[in-house]
Design a binder for this molecule. Structure first.
Ligand SMILES: Cc1cc2nc3c(=O)[nH]c(=O)nc-3n(C[C@H](O)[C@H](O)[C@H](O)COP(=O)(O)OP(=O)(O)OC[C@H]3O[C@@H](n4cnc5c(N)ncnc54)[C@H](O)[C@@H]3O)c2cc1C
Length: 420
C-alpha cells in the first residue's frame, strides 16, 4: 500500500473533512496494504501548492495516495492536521489478492500507531508482515516523525531500517516501508548458510531482519534477485523460494547454476556473509484455498520451485483439501531437485498428492517415465479437463511450448492452465 504524506499549510480543512467518509476521520482505518511503501512529501515549499481540490481529484482518480495535510486547526490540542489516503487499487500483490481499500484517514490526534491488530492500532494494516503494533507516526512542529515500535519486520525509511524506539523525521520524498520485501526497491538479505546439493545445485539460506520475521511472499509468487555476471554487469533474474511465510526468520532458494549462466555466476561466487539484493513479490499467480478441486502440475528442472511452494502451502494447511498431481521432468536422475521433500509430501498425503518423474536419460531399472512428457502421460497422471481443475506449468521454454500444445490438444481451455 502506498501512502503519501503532504504538508498543506494552506489547506482548507473544513472542506477536507466533509469530503472524507466519517468512519475514517477520528477512528481507526483499515488500510488494505501490500508493500507498505509510503512516499512522504512533507516539504513546506511544496505545501502551498497543494490544495484540497488536488486531494479530491486524486481521490476521484483512485490513485489512493495517502496525503497528510497540515493547516489551521479547529482543535485545541492539535496544531496541524494531516490527511492520509491509501494508494493503489487494492490489487495488493503482497497478500495475493484484491482487497477493499479504505477511504481517506485523518490523523486526528498528534500521534497515531500503525499495526495489524484493530484493537491496538489506530491505522490497521491487516497483513502478516505487519506487527500487532508496528510503528508510531507523530506530527510535531510541522514535521512528520516515525518511530519503529520494536516491530518484527522493521520500519524502513529509504531502505534504512529504523532503530526500534528511536524517533526519525521522514525527509521529503523519501519512502517509509513496513515489513521486509518491497516490490519496487531492492533490499539486501544476508546469506547465512550455503548447502551444496549436487555439483551444480545449492540451497541458499538468507536471514530476514529478525528471527521471527516473515518474508511476506504470496503463495506461488517469486522475487527478482540482482547480482553481477562474469563481466561485472548487473543481472536480474526470477527465483521462487522453497520456504513459506510459516518459516520464520529466513527464506531459502534452491539454485541450479549453469556453466555459462549470468546469474548462475553470481550465485556460484556467493559466500556465507554476502548479501543478495531482492525485490518482490512478483507474478500473476493468485491462490486461495478451495480455488480448484485439483491442480495438475507440469514441471521441468528448476521449474519445480513454484510447484513445491504451492504444494507445501496446500498440504500444510489443514483447512485446504485441494489435490495435487505432479509430473516432474529432468534429464538425469541426479538433476531431480527437492526429490526427498517431494517424496515425503507424497507419502504423507498419499490420497492428495502424487508425483510422476520423467527422465530423458533414466538409470538402469528406472520404472517411471522415460523421454519427454507426452500427452499420454498427462492423461494418465493429471486431472481431466474440468471447470474445477487447473494445470500449472513451469519449465524451460521448449518444454512450456510443448506442454501448452499437448494441453490444448487434450481439451484444456486457457482458463484451465497457468504458466509461471
Ligand atoms: C518464476 C520463475 C522462478 C524461478 N525460480 C528458480 C529457482 O527457484 N531456482 C533456479 O535455479 N532457477 C529458477 N528460475 C530460473 C532463473 O530465473 C534463471 O533463468 C536461471 O537461474 C538461469 O539464469 P542465468 O542468468 O544463470 O542463465 P542465463 O544467462 O539466462 O543463461 C545462460 C545459459 O544457461 C543455460 N540455461 C539457463 N537456463 C536454463 C534452463 N532453465 N534450462 C537449461 N539450461 C539453461 C543455457 O545454456 C543458457 O544458454 C526461475 C524462473 C522463473 C521465471
Amino acid at each position: 500500500m502506498e501512502m503519501t504524506a503532504q504538508s498543506l499549510s494552506q489547506a482548507k480543512l473544513p472542506s477536507c473533512s466533509t469530503s472524507l467518509s466519517p468512519p475514517f476521520l477520528h477512528s481507526k482505518a483499515t488500510l488494505a496494504a501490500s508493500n507498505f511503501v509510503v512516499p512522504f512529501q512533507s516539504s513546506k515549499g511544496y505545501v502551498t501548492k497543494l490544495k484540497f481540490d488536488r486531494i479530491r481529484s486524486r481521490k476521484q482518480r483512485n490513485l489512493g495516495v495517502i496525503y497528510a495535510s497540515e493547516g489551521e486547526s479547529t482543535s485545541s490540542d492539535v496544531t496541524d492536521r494531516w490527511l492520509l489516503e491509501p494508494a493503489g487499487d487494492g490489487d495488493t500483490r503482497h497478500i495475493g489478492f484484491k482487497v477493499q481499500m479504505p477511504d481517506a484517514f485523518e490523523i486526528a490526534s498528534s500521534e497515531v500507531t500503525v499495526g495489524r491488530l484493530p484493537d491496538k492500532a489506530d491505522v490497521v494494516i491487516p497483513v502478516a508482515t505487519v506487527s500487532g503494533i508496528h510503528a508510531r507516526i507523530q506530527k510535531k512542529e510541522g514535521n512528520l516523525l516515525v518511530t519503529d515500535l520494536d516491530s518484527t519486520n522493521g520500519t524502513f525509511i529509504n531502505d534504512q531500517r529504523l532503530r526500534p524506539g528511536v524517533v526519525a523525521t521522514v525527509p521529503p520524498g523519501s519512502f517509509l516501508v513496513f515489513g521486509c520485501l518491497d516490490p519496487e526497491e531492492f533490499k539486501e538479505f544476508k546469506l547465512v548458510k550455503r548447502t551444496q546439493l549436487s555439483h551444480n545445485v545449492a540451497k541458499f539460506k538468507f536471514a530476514l531482519p529478525t528471527p521471527t520475521s516473515v518474508l511476506g511472499l504470496p503463495i506461488g509468487q517469486h522475487m527478482s534477485c540482482r547480482g553481477k555476471d562474469q563481466h561485472g554487469d548487473d543481472v536480474v533474474k526470477a527465483y521462487t523460494p522453497t520456504t513459506l511465510d510459516s518459516d520464520l526468520g529466513y527464506f531459502e532458494l534452491v539454485i541450479k547454476m549453469y556453466p555459462q549462466g549470468r546469474m548462475s555466476h553470481h550465485f556460484r561466487e556467493m559466500r556465507e556473509g554476502d548479501y543478495l539484493a531482492v525485490k518482490g513479490p512478483k507474478g500473476r499467480f493468485r491462490y486461495q484455498p478451495g480455488q480448484v478441486r485439483t491442480f495438475g502440475m507440469l514441471a521441468g528442472g528448476t521449474g519445480i520451485t513454484p510447484m513445491f511452494q504451492v504444494a507445501r502451502a496446500i498440504l500444510e494447511n489443514p483447512n485446504d483439501k485441494t489435490n495435487i498431481h505432479l509430473i516432474y521432468a529432468n534429464v538425469t536422475y541426479e538433476d531431480i531437485l527437492l526429490k526427498e521433500e517431494l517424496d515425503e509430501l507424497a507419502s504423507k498425503f498419499p490420497n492428495r498428492m502424487s508425483v510422476y518423474y520423467v527422465l530423458n536419460q533414466p538409470p538402469e531399472g528406472w520404472d517411471a517415465g522415460v523421454g519427454f512428457v507426452s500427452k499420454e502421460m498427462i492423461q494418465a497422471h493429471c486431472p481431466a479437463p474440468g471447470q474445477d481443475i487447473q494445470i500449472l506449468r513451469c519449465g524451460p521454454p521448449p518444454m512450456n511450448k510443448a506442454m501448452a500444445s499437448h494441453l490444448e490438444a487434450l481439451g484444456y481451455s486457457s482458463e484451465m492452465q497457468f504458466q509461471f
